[in-house]
Write a protein that binds this ligand. Sequence first.
Ligand code: NAD
Ligand code: TDX
Length: 331
Amino acid sequence: MRMLVTGGAGFIGANFVHYTARNHPGYEVCVLDALTYAGNRESLAPVADQVRFVHGDICDTTLVDRLVAATDVVVHFAAESHVDNSLLDPEPFIRTNILGTYTILEAVRRHDKRLHHISTDEVFGDLALDAVEKFTERTAYDPSSPYSAAKASSDMLVRAWARSFGVPATLSNCANNYGPYQHVEKFVPRQITNVLVGERPKLYGAGENVREWTHVDDHNEAVHLILTKGRAGESYLIGSGDERSNAQILALVLDLMGEPADAYDHVPDRPGHDLRYSNDSTKIRTELGWQPRYGDFRAGLAATIDWYRHNDWWWKPQKDATEARYQLLGR
Ligand code: NAD
Ligand code: TDX
C-alpha cells in the first residue's frame, strides 16, 4: 500500500504517520507538508527512515498531480486548523482548506485514486449545553467561524466530487483531539506549557463551553478502519463520548500539575464561541467496530502532560510567538 499523507508534519498527521509505521510497517508513506508555523519536521524524526518527506503546498497543482499519480490512497489532514487564527486572518483558511482540497480532489479524480478527507465536528455549528440531541452524519452543516466555514466548504467539495464524478472518497468528522505533538496554541497544550514556563493558564469567558475529548491515537485508529472497511461516499463521525467543560479540563490540568485550583486567569471570550460539540458515533462503532481505547481521560491527560514536560525542545521554540499572537487577540 502506497499512502500520501497531507499535513503529516502537523499534530494529528504526525501521530497518524507514527501509528501507521507501528501498525502497518509494510506501507510506503509519503508526507506532503508545507511546514507552515503549525508544521514541524521534528515530529516525524522517530519515523524519518520509514517515511518520504516532500516539502510542498497542497495548492501546487503540478506537485500534487505527480504525488497523487504515484500513490494508492491519499489521507488528507493538511489544513489551517486554529479557530482563533481564523478570526485574525481568514485568508490562509480559504486558500488551504478550500482551494487545497479542490486541488487534491482534481488530482484524485484524474488518477482515479482513493481519498480520505479529515474533517471536524465544528462544521455542524454548536449545541445548547443542555441539548439531548447530538450531531449525526445527517445533521445539517451550520459553521460558525471562518475556520469551520472553510472546513465545511471542503467537506461539500468532497461530497460533490464523490457524487458527480464518482471519486472514491470517504470523510470523517472528529471531535477535539489531545495527545503529544499538538501545537501550543491549542487549549490543552497552551495551559500545560503556561504552567511549565511559569505563566498563568488562560480560560475564555466563564469556561462553561463543552468539548468531547478524543485521544489522537483513537482518532487515527478510526481513520485506518475507514480506509480499510469504509464505504465510498460515506461520512463517519468520530468521538469518545467523553464531554467536559473547559473549566473542568483546566481544573484537571492544575490538579495533575500540582498547582492551586485558582491559579489561572479568566480572559475575554472568543467571539462566536461555539458552546458545545457532541458526536453520535454509533455508525462507526456499529458498522466498522471502532471503539476508543483511551477510556480513562485523566490517565491520557497525565501522559500528555508528561510528554510536554519531557519534550520542551519540541514546543519551546513556538511558545513566545504563539503568546504574541494571543496578545493581539487580547486573550
Ligand atoms: P495542525 O495545524 O497541527 O497541522 C496542520 C498541518 O498542515 C501542518 O503540518 C501544516 O504545515 C500543514 N499545512 C497547512 N497548510 C498547508 C498547505 N497549504 N499545504 C501543505 N501542508 C499544509 O492541524 P491538526 O490539529 O493536526 O489537524 C489536522 C486535520 O484534522 C485538520 O484538517 C483539522 O481540521 C482536522 N481536525 C482537527 C481536530 C483537532 O482537535 N486538532 C479535530 C478534528 C479534526
Ligand atoms: O487559551 C485558551 N483558553 C480557552 O478557554 C484556548 C486556546 C482555548 N480555550 C477554549 C476555546 C474552546 O472552547 O478551549 C476550547 C478548545 O479550544 P481549541 O483548542 O482552540 O479548540 P476548538 O476551538 O474546540 O477546535 C479544535 O477542535 C476541533 C481544533 O482546534 C480544531 O482544529 C478542530 O476542528
